[in-house]
Design a protein around this ligand. Sequence first.
Ligand SMILES: CC1=C(CCC(=O)O)c2cc3nc(cc4[nH]c(cc5[nH]c(cc1n2)c(C)c5CCC(=O)O)c(CCC(=O)O)c4C)C(CCC(=O)O)=C3C
Ligand SMILES: [Fe+2]
Length: 339
Amino acid sequence: MSYDALLWLSFGGPEGPGDVRPFLENVTRGRGVPPERLDEVEQHYQHFGGVSPINALNRSAIGRVRALVDLPVYFGNRNWHPMVEDTLAEMKAAGVRRALVFPTSAYGGYSACRQYDEDILRARAAVEDAPELVKIRQFFDHPLFVASFADSVRAAAAGFGDDYRLVFTAHSVPVSADRAAGPPEEGGHRYSRQVAEASRLVAEAVGVTGYDVVWQSRSGPPEVPWLEPDVVDHVEALGAEGVANVVVCPIGFVSDHLEVVWDLDTEARDRAAELGLGFARAATPNEDPRFAELVAELVAEHLAGAPARKLSDFPAAGCTVDGAPCAPLCCEPAKRPRR
Ligand SMILES: CC1=C(CCC(=O)O)c2cc3nc(cc4[nH]c(cc5[nH]c(cc1n2)c(C)c5CCC(=O)O)c(CCC(=O)O)c4C)C(CCC(=O)O)=C3C
Ligand SMILES: [Fe+2]
């Protein structure tokens, strides 16, 4: 199979105050997020002038990937411009017939994997005679992903000697969504188990034996259970335990974005300061040159049909054609209550 492009598929984020509300409406359309939560999240964005760092960081990484791969690289998002539908139309007009897709998420699960397949379906439905789109596999246990986080944890912890608690954090999801993550015969929880596995690998690389895995940025109505504990609550619990310093590693994300700079660098950091805890946040991989190398390796691996380079034997999937699920009933979307 030959490919004539690479499509970088991401979440998207607003780039000015006027973008915030329409962006949030795109994110939450039909998802049962209460309006009060949206108002609150809008304030987080406006606190940063309505600009999320995510688009600029994607463009910066794409620049480095362009130097490493032999394919034109296009950029499209689920929720904000450049929208993936528009990018795909542009690709089609440029004569692209088959493209690889790099999704900016390392994990399985509905929000982290299957929803990107839905983006591919939606984009292809919007473009007549659309190019074929083949998505690249999950990479939570790739040696370059793990090494990048391990170095960022070491750098963040540098001022604390050995006296710190390492806390990994990933985006919370509804408990029901995590239960449905992966193919049904595996028993579910593929998202939280992959997050736990990546955390274990990074802790091992750093040489830390005691660490925690917690969740952040929960949304949805309060009566719906989401993965816990929350990172800010956890910082409080560590303070009560007498822990002196906390190093937070956002293992669930490939780049900084609003939920990293708000929930971690603002909320969790402020709470730690109030409690007199030392606090440091490990960098996400995006700006590490190894992240571009990781993407180039994943592309080369796919083109060569080479075996996956990975540090664990935990199941991974995600390589899909034209937005089909990884396997029948894999990460089935939840039936959401209409509001
Ligand atoms: C697993 C996961 C990832 C990691 C995988 C990946 O990276 O793709 C992720 C990433 C991100 N989530 C982001 C932003 C938001 N997520 C929301 C809402 C939700 N996220 C969910 C899950 C995830 N989200 C879920 C289950 C919801 C509930 C509603 C729904 O089922 O969709 C909302 C709505 C408001 C709110 O309620 O918080 C916003 C604004 C941004 C961009 C931030 C920026 O602009 O910089 C990024 C990278
Ligand atoms: Fe999210």
